[in-house]
Design a protein around this ligand. Structure first.
Ligand SMILES: NC(=O)c1ccc[n+]([C@@H]2O[C@H](COP(=O)([O-])OP(=O)(O)OC[C@H]3O[C@@H](n4cnc5c(N)ncnc54)[C@H](OP(=O)(O)O)[C@@H]3O)[C@@H](O)[C@H]2O)c1
Length: 265
């Protein structure tokens, strides 16, 4: 996949990884379509791109949990650009609550934003992408999509579900020239903990120490861009937490000993 000259739609582009990836793809020559709910932040980012090269960035405000909004966003994008090469399913919300303190409504909300929104956005755009000869679906999962971690039950469930769905999509779309890349970050320095939900659906509002010491978001964005260029199937991004997966495979008792001791905040 050549990024220069391509067109990429990024959900959750108003902050964190989505914003950094928009900057990275734009700087590598892509036209970027920015979606999220926070319109002023999206327009501020677009204004910074327009100063460099007007016409290579579009804003399509969209709450990805609302089917009607997703349908409208797809229609608008089809009017704005002639083809879409890359879709980045990035919009997401994390969790900071133990299962026993979390209402089922919050569990469902987390599945809605982290899992079903990626499904509905992808299903919305894929028929058009396929009719244009194919494309690349990027899914921002998490290390929590690979193993359980305290205070993340519904979040981890939503990220595990992404792997089941999109790995099957990869197999189904292989002959239609649609690639799928799963990105599994560990801790990346963004406001994700600040925006997380607590058990009763309130905003957690705190920058966790673990988050503050995560990998710089710009580095994460560069790794994602490289994964797109090289058509990687699955990529792990982070610090020492990347080795936990290896430990889980070669020495499960050690893995469980470590994971039960890592602070969830
Ligand atoms: N940071 C990490 O350590 C880390 C680790 C693993 C995985 N991830 C994943 O990376 C992705 C991005 O997270 P981040 O760290 O960049 O967090 P973030 O800074 O909180 O960004 C989350 C983005 O998702 C958007 N979003 C949330 N709900 C939305 C909705 N209903 N409709 C549309 N957009 C919505 C937000 O925009 P609005 O509020 O403007 O809508 C925001 O742009 C998430 O999928 C997250 O699970 C992050």
């Amino acid at each position: 996949m050549r990024i220069k000259g391509s067109t990429a739609w990024i959900t959750g582009a108003s902050s964190g990884i989505g914003e950094a990836l928009a900057i990275e793809l734009f700087s590598q020559g892509a036209t970027v379509i920015l979606s999220a709910r926070n319109e002023p932040k999206l327009h501020a980012l677009k204004a910074s791109f327009d100063k460099i090269e007007p016409g290579r960035c579009h804003v399509v405000v969209c709450d990805v949990t609302r089917q009607e909004a997703v349908d409208q966003a797809v229609d608008k994008i089809r009017q704005l650009v002639s083809r879409l090469d890359i879709l980045v399913n990035n919009a997401g919300v994390s969790q900071r609550s133990y299962a026993l303190e979390t209402s089922i409504a919050v569990d469902r909300d987390l599945l809605e934003v982290n899992f079903f929104s990626a499904v509905s956005v992808s299903k919305g755009i894929l028929p058009w992408m396929i009719s244009n000869g194919g494309g690349h679906i990027v899914v921002i999962s998490s290390m929590a999509g690979k193993f359980g971690f305290r205070m993340r039950t519904a979040y981890a469930a939503s990220k595990h579900a992404l792997h089941g769905f999109f790995e099957t999509m990869r197999a189904e779309l292989h002959d239609r020239n649609v690639k799928v890349t799963m990105i599994c970050p560990g801790r990346v320095r963004t406001d994700i903990s600040v925006h997380s939900l607590t058990g009763d659906g309130k905003i957690y509002g705190k920058m966790d120490a673990g988050q503050a010491h995560g990998v710089p978001v710009e580095r994460c964005a560069r790794i994602i861009a490289r994964a797109i260029r090289c058509n990687r199937k699955e990529v792990f991004i982070g610090g020492a937490e990347r080795f936990l997966l290896l430990v889980k495979r070669i020495c499960p008792p050690l893995f469980y000993w470590i994971v039960n001791r890592v602070s969830p905040t």
